[in-house]
Structure formats: C-alpha cells, structure tokens
Design a protein around this ligand. Structure first.
Ligand SMILES: [Zn+2]
Length: 112
C-alpha cells in the first residue's frame, strides 16, 4: 500500500469485539478491500469492509508487527477453540496467510 492511499475514516460507530483476536473491544477500524481465501470470501460483499481492532491489535497493525499479530491471534484462537496439537501448525499458517492478505488489501484506517 502506498502512503497516499491511506486516509482516515471519521465517525465510525464502534463498540464491537476485535475482528482479529476476538478478545478485546474494537477501538480502531481498518478499511479493507474484499479478498478470498481458499475460494471463500473472507469479508462481506461490500467493496470496502471495516474491520475493528482492539488497542493491542491496532498497535501491532500500525507498527507493522505482523508476526506478533499472528502470534497474538493464534494464542487467542487456541484458547477459544481447543485445537488439537497436531492441527496447530495448519491453523497458524492460515492466520498468517489471512493477515498477509489483509495487509495487501488494507486501504485506510481510522479511530472510532
Ligand atoms: Zn484484538
């Protein structure tokens, strides 16, 4: 993403859970173009979707700490879903790939 493509979104209603870790409350929103993962649409049909991020996740996104973001989301996912040990590698890979695509499709960010 080029810097000039980043613009701020104002007045985004936000009191929803974080779309990344699903643990914290969203305090910041990110506009992301649609993308598909393994043939499935990840986001809704609108051309640009707003994703909520909690304080911790937004700091990682803004700091481009993608590895840390993946680790964080992965840990939260394991806690919520009780994934079996032998499946964890695949889960982490998927989270990493989805974050990579999110990064490529990110169009804007704004505070809620
Ligand atoms: Zn979060």
């Amino acid at each position: 993403m080029r810097p000039e493509e980043i613009r701020w979104i104002e007045d985004v209603p936000m009191l929803q859970e974080c779309d990344f870790c699903h643990d914290g409350l969203g305090i910041k929103s990110y506009g992301c173009r649609n993308f598909e993962y393994e043939g499935n649409r990840v986001l809704a049909e609108k051309s640009v979707n707003l994703l909520a991020a909690c304080l911790e996740c937004s700091q990682l996104i803004d700091g481009e700490a993608w590895q840390e973001l993946t680790e964080r989301v992965f840990e939260e996912f394991l806690e919520r879903n009780g994934v079996r040990r032998k499946e964890t590698f695949g889960v982490k890979m998927r989270i990493e790939e989805i974050h990579q695509m999110f990064r490529e499709h990110l169009v804007c960010a704004g505070h809620s």
